[in-house]
Design a protein around this ligand. Structure first.
Ligand SMILES: Cc1cc2nc3c(=O)[nH]c(=O)nc-3n(C[C@H](O)[C@H](O)[C@H](O)COP(=O)(O)OP(=O)(O)OC[C@H]3O[C@@H](n4cnc5c(N)ncnc54)[C@H](O)[C@@H]3O)c2cc1C
Length: 326
């Protein structure tokens, strides 16, 4: 049987206004979690993931921090409608944007709301290890910096172990590769954590790799959802999808994931990160086989039992049946 991917009721204890467009939700959530992980909430009939901004090592309460996305459905609904005492539904913590056992320095780059999991990682590394930590946050302007006071307090509390640099677009334009390299120049043995808008993450990744970092030193959390891309050629095979007790069969398209096939069948299956990390899109292959491109969520036993991340699984047999849990 797969691990618990079910939804749990979670009460909002308090709401903290961090900046004009960012709020922290203090949650009564009965979960153990690792720094850097996230919860997936069911809101407005859809699913969105939000990372913990709290640290399991230092914070008695679990918090998530949500920034409004212009035109975005869930982030704006949460800001406009939620009050202390309200109930939300969320799956247990998931994700692999976590600390590993090492004494290497931690160098982090966050852009905007990307600070959320990064703050959790930074607080945890400072409290639970002797590692040195260096953080570059990038924000539009001074008013947009999330957790500015918290970071200043941490830097005071851990002198010599934490260095925080705030990059502001309003003063210096977008971050450049040269600045990333300069920031990381004397930390070549570090583990690098990156979370922020897609172009920001691409820039930081490119700069670090160009400077000789090994891809294994880079930990990247992607907030955006994937692009379905152009449909592949139709093939002889079929994909049968069982969702909410109903069965739908569509022709296989080459290079198409099971999630894409389900959408093409007109279904609205669960998904969140679309990067093989969160397991929100999990289902079980009961006939045929699927091959995952990326699997950062399921263990060997689960894969042997036919469980698949449908955002990453492609058919490996001409006919395949995949069943979503109710
Ligand atoms: C693992 C993970 C962790 C995350 N952690 C956090 C976190 O800690 N804090 C945080 O704030 N966010 C986090 N996110 C991002 C979050 O899950 C949401 O993606 C984000 O809040 C936007 O959701 P939304 O429903 O408000 O916007 P959506 O409705 O999904 O819209 C997103 C964007 O798409 C545009 N759009 C929507 N529909 C259309 C359309 N039909 N045509 C063109 N454009 C369209 C919108 O204008 C908007 O710009 C995380 C994401 C992941 C995957």
């Amino acid at each position: 049987m797969a691990r618990d991917h079910g939804f749990h009721p979670i009460r909002i204890k308090r709401i903290i206004q961090e900046t004009a467009d960012t709020r922290t939700y203090v949650l009564d959530a009965p979960f153990d979690y690792q720094a850097g992980q996230f919860l997936t909430f069911k809101v407005c009939g859809t699913l969105r993931s939000y990372s913990m901004s709290s640290s399991p090592a230092t914070d008695p309460e679990l918090t998530t921090t949500v920034k409004r996305v212009p035109g975005g459905l869930v982030s704006n609904w949460m800001h406009d409608n939620l009050s202390p005492g309200d109930l939300l539904e969320a799956t247990p913590p998931a994700g692999v944007f976590c600390l590993r056992e090492t004494s290497a320095p931690l160098v982090a780059f966050s852009g905007g709301s990307g600070i959320t999991p990064v703050l959790s990682l930074v607080k945890t590394a400072l409290a639970a290890t002797d590692r040195r930590v260096r953080l570059l946050t990038a924000d539009r302007d001074g008013d947009s910096i999330i957790f500015e006071a918290t970071l200043a307090q941490l830097a005071e509390r851990y002198p010599g172990r934490l260095e925080v640099r705030h990059h502001l677009d309003s003063l210096a334009g977008f971050l450049t590769e040269a600045r990333v390299k300069e920031f990381a120049a004397d930390a070549r043995d570090a583990d690098f954590y990156i979370c922020g808008p897609e172009p920001f993450m691409d820039l930081v990744e490119r700069a670090l790799l160009a400077q000789g970092a090994d891809p294994g030193q880079l930990f990247i959390e992607r907030f955006g959802s994937g692009d379905d891309g152009a449909p592949g050629e139709e093939t002889e095979g079929t994909v049968t999808i069982v969702l909410s007790g109903k069965t739908h069969t569509v022709p296989q398209h080459s290079g198409e994931t099971l999630l894409q096939s389900a959408r093409r069948a007109g279904l609205a299956p669960p998904f969140s990160c679309e990067a093989g990390n969160c397991a929100t899109c999990i289902a079980q292959v009961t006939e045929g086989r699927a091959q995952m491109k990326i699997n950062n969520a399921l263990d060997e036993d689960e894969v042997a039992d036919g469980w698949v991340l449908t955002c990453q699984g492609e058919p490996a047999t001409p006919h395949l049946t995949v069943v979503y849990e109710d």
